[in-house]
Design a protein around this ligand. Structure first.
Ligand code: SF4
Length: 892
């Protein structure tokens, strides 16, 4: 340790500490302009200069490293004069009105502090660059002081390389590269340039429109499963700005466009603000008392007439852990049914099943901080830079620093462009490809023999089986050259530790569960488990899909992912109620039961199954038969509009307290920042009121989200150590069995949930039923885009709509030319299930013979095309493979 003094205050610091960091630690503020903790210090502005005893020049504090015994003065006549000189130079060509418009900006604060006034303007051409094209970002280069923070954060954190210097000498300013405006540039709208800018040259449009925040509330992003933490800036009862939480463990002071900017939905004028009962075709607003009595009485009638198997409940990945816990408890204790599910069914249920079966725990093995510890990445069926952008940015930065990368994806995604090996397989052929990788690892003796000996079983049988999967065999099925498969296997096995990430391109197939098992096989063969920078890590699609299933919104699983039978005694004791005996129906089985007129009531919380389920025509025909459909949401969605009988208005994620669980098993707080409009209220309160009306007041007598969480901790032993008090200091990853436990960043270090070894699995290939033929010659695969989120319920009600207005059908230039279609043309797409019309987009990332489409826009209704194929184990729909044909739109 080095002992130093700063302005007479002593402190001890490890070697490598800068003067700036040491000064902050002892409570001394040193002015900075070009410095941002997220960036490498560059010492360009020299506002942070200080005096060091014995030095013959002033030292820039941001990048001068301490030496033992240093005596530092951060204020002195020489220091003040140097700082004034810097500020005078920077303010020589600066608009004075900017100071009054945004007095809190660091540059303006330091001008005031040192009594420097901006001088008259003689703007250079570069400084006259103004840009209002972007819906979220305003650019005014008259306020640029060329600190290059925007350039550096775009390069070093986001990896997008948008900002470039323009002009010469003192006239130099910044301008977006690759377009005349920010909107036309490759900008991904993360807003990092705006939040680092110390002057307001780049500023959030929302702040200019509504004024800056008066109050900040820390919470967790309500979009993807990355779990970025953010500060909600509010003015009155309105969100006006969101900033990244600089010390957030996952996002590390960064957010993507959804987390940073897509908050306007919460103030949307079409929020439903009153409970509603449908009478004929009309919705009638009613009080909570009336709707609660109505719901209770209709459920009572249906249960009495048709029995407990006739009702179903859907929890929500948009809801908190506490709300999902209450929902599944309601289903089991009040309705007496295990018919409870959530949208994990349509995304990562195969992951949970596969990993639970092989590794003993159905969740990510490692943590996002391992991205910086991995030597190589295997990215399978996921597109992190669009669907999980903060994870994507971290992986991209790691690769730019030298980590190796394999991408398995039919399209050339952004990460595929950075990959050493891109395996552009035919959709639906994950098993042959992953088997062939395993074959090469075994045949070329690339496996980790020590790991196989000590921690893996069924090795001999697997070696025998995998001999039958040489790359040449897989190449014929997958369309990937055998040599490329060999190169990928050598890279993955030869670059330890290697970290695998996967997404819905792995799970939404008829062999989704087996696909994840095949991925686990690779990790087991190569010893990539139980250590930093390794493992198998699902990227969960929605903010709390991991939590909703883990809380028990699964027909066969109780809270903590314990099977109903294994947990029966403990939960019956905890709830003082019997658990239902009949096996529950999952979402797909509920729709099947509805198709047979056996499902009479469905309560869907924050889940628009009418829009998001596959095979829309059959799904709608089934929902038509359900007598009583309760929709609990923020907006009238397709389920409510077409089939709803009751609408229960819910609070948005910014209007309530609770916790979310991210992809890496991290439980984090969300906090109420604004009030709900009208009578909207948190989901858990709505469910608890109906439970009370149905005679279960005591079991649902919760007064706060924290009280619910206390019960969760009681029934879920692996989460018992996660208290709200501890969460005040940051999220915790389970298992965390007691309050002294630090949480678990890496699973399977010594055992697999108590088992010493994990089994390899021999996995035969079962082709999809979505086969191409002369009638349906093209293969369509589906996915998410950066600017929109799932059903579009939230993002389509924000200016993200200006950034991406609708879904497109992405097609290769070769196919477009062959079929005679042009960019933007509306085409008709027909599958065995139905047809849609949508605009065509020529996309070089798509291979001939294949198509890609997003599924966010209600007007497109892409699920009219998706089929009846389901994962063989957990029934997750096969969204990723649809055989289609393309035609001119009738009449065009
Ligand atoms: Fe939110 Fe995901 Fe974006 Fe993070 S990466 S800000 S969690 S949408």
């Amino acid at each position: 340790m080095l002992t130093i003094s700063i302005d007479g205050k002593s402190g001890s610091f490890p070697s490598g500490t800068t003067i700036l960091a040491a000064a902050r630690a002892v409570g001394v503020e040193i002015p900075t302009l070009c410095h941002d903790d997220r960036l490498h210090p560059n010492g360009a502005c020299r506002l942070c200069v200080v005096e060091a005893k014995g030095w013959d020049r002033l030292a820039p504090a941001c990048h001068t490293i301490l030496t033992d015994g240093m005596e530092i003065a951060t204020a002195s006549p020489a220091v003040d004069e140097a700082r004034r000189t810097v500020l005078r130079l920077l303010a020589a060509d600066y608009p004075a009105e900017a100071l009054s418009r945004s007095p809190e900006k660091p540059f303006h604060r330091w001008l005031r502090h040192y009594g420097v006034a901006p001088s008259a303007l003689q703007l250079s051409t570069a400084a006259r660059f103004r840009d209002d094209s972007h819906p979220y970002l305003h650019v005014d280069m008259a306020q640029c002081i060329t600190c290059y923070r925007c350039v550096r954060i775009c390069d070093e954190v986001q990896g997008q390389f948008v900002w470039r210097a323009w002009g010469r000498g003192a006239d130099t300013r910044l301008r977006p590269h690759g377009g005349d405006t920010l909107l036309a540039s490759p900008c991904v709208s993360c807003g990092a340039c705006s939040d680092t800018c110390p002057t307001g040259a780049i500023e959030d449009q929302s702040v200019l429109r509504h004024g800056g925040p008066e109050r900040w509330t820390r919470t967790t992003c309500p979009y993807c499963g990355t779990g970025c933490e953010m500060l909600l800036g509010t003015r009155g009862d309105r969100i006006v700005q969101i900033m990244p939480a600089l010390d957030a463990p996952v996002s590390k002071g960064h957010l993507c466009v959804k987390g940073r900017y897509a908050f306007e939905f919460t103030h949307s004028p079409d929020r439903v603000t009153d409970p509603m009962i449908r009478e004929g075709r009309e919705w009638r607003p009613v009080s909570w008392e009336e709707v609660t009595r109505h719901v209770a009485s209709r459920l009572r009638e249906i249960l009495a007439k048709h029995g407990t198997q006739s009702v179903g409940m859907l929890g929500s990945a948009r809801g908190t852990n506490e709300e999902n816990y209450v929902a599944q408890k309601f289903a089991r204790v009040v309705l007496g049914t295990n018919n409870v599910d959530c949208c994990a069914r349509v995304c990562h249920a195969p992951t949970a099943a596969a990993m639970k079966h092989m590794l003993g725990t159905g969740a990510a093995t490692n943590c996002f901080d391992d991205v910086e510890r991995a030597a190589a990445f295997l990215i399978c069926g996921c597109n992190p830079t669009e669907a999980h952008p903060i994870v994507g940015a971290r992986i991209k930065q790691a690769v730019l620093r030298g980590a190796r990368l394999i991408v398995i994806d039919p399209r050339e995604t952004e990460l595929a462009r950075h990959a050493e090996v891109h395996l552009a397989l035919r959709p639906g052929t994950n098993i042959p490809l992953l088997n062939a990788l395993a074959h090469v690892i075994c045949e070329e003796e690339l496996a980790d023999e020590a790991a196989l000996r000590e921690r893996v079983r069924d090795v001999m049988a697997f070696r025998e089986f995998i001999r039958g999967w040489p790359p040449e065999r897989a190449a014929e099925i997958c369309g990937v050259p055998a040599e490329r498969i060999r190169a990928a296997a050598r890279l993955y096995a030869g670059s330890p530790p290697a970290m695998a990430f996967h997404g819905l391109g792995m799970t939404e197939h008829v062999q989704g569960t087996e696909g994840v098992m095949a991925l686990v096989n690779l990790a087991l063969l190569t010893g990539n488990f139980g250590k930093p920078g390794s493992g198998v890590n699902p990227l969960r699609g929605q903010n709390n899909v991991q939590g909703s299933a883990h809380m028990g919104c699964e027909p066969g699983k109780l809270t903590g992912y314990v099977s109903v039978e294994d947990g029966r005694d403990a939960f019956e004791a905890a709830w003082s109620a019997p658990l239902p005996r009949a096996p529950g129906l999952n979402l797909m089985q509920m729709i099947d039961a509805a198709g047979r007129s056996e499902l009479k009531a469905l309560w869907a919380i924050g889940y628009d199954v009418a829009f998001t389920n596959p095979d829309t025509i059959r799904t709608h025909a089934a929902l038509e038969t359900v007598e009583f459909v309760i929709v609990q949401d923020l907006f009238f969605n397709e389920l409510a509009n077409r089939f709803g009988d009751v609408f229960l208005p819910a609070a948005s994620p910014f209007e309530k307290d609770g916790t979310f669980m991210n992809s890496e098993r991290r439980v984090q707080r969300i906090r109420q920042a604004v009030s709900s409009p009208g009578q909207a209220r948190p989901d858990w309160q709505i469910v608890c009121d109906v439970a009370a009306e149905l005679g279960h007041r005591d079991a649902f007598a919760f007064r706060s989200a924290e009280e619910i969480w206390e019960e969760v901790r009681y029934v879920w032993k692996a989460g018992a150590g996660i208290s709200y008090a501890r969460l005040e200091h940051g999220g915790l990853q389970w298992p965390c069995p007691d309050e002294a436990h630090p949480g678990t960043t890496i699973l399977h270090v010594d055992s697999f949930a108590g088992e010493k070894t994990a089994p390899l699995q021999c996995l035969d290939f079962v082709p999809s039923l979505e086969v191409q033929n002369s009638e349906f010659p093209l293969l369509l695969t589906t996915g998410r885009t950066l600017y929109q989120f799932n059903a579009g319920t939230m993002t389509m009600r924000t200016p993200n709509r200006d950034l991406r207005q609708t879904d497109t059908l992405d097609v290769s230039r070769e196919d477009a030319v062959r079929l005679g279609f042009g960019e933007g043309e509306i085409v008709r797409v027909t599958s065995r299930q139905g047809a849609v019309e949508m605009p065509l987009h020529l996309d070089p990332r798509v291979k001939p013979g294949e198509l890609f489409a997003t599924f966010h826009a209600g007007e497109t209704g892409l699920n009219r095309l998706t089929g009846q194929g389901r994962d063989q184990v957990v029934m997750t729909p096969e969204y990723k493979v649809v055989a289609v044909r393309l035609e001119k739109r009738p009449g065009s």
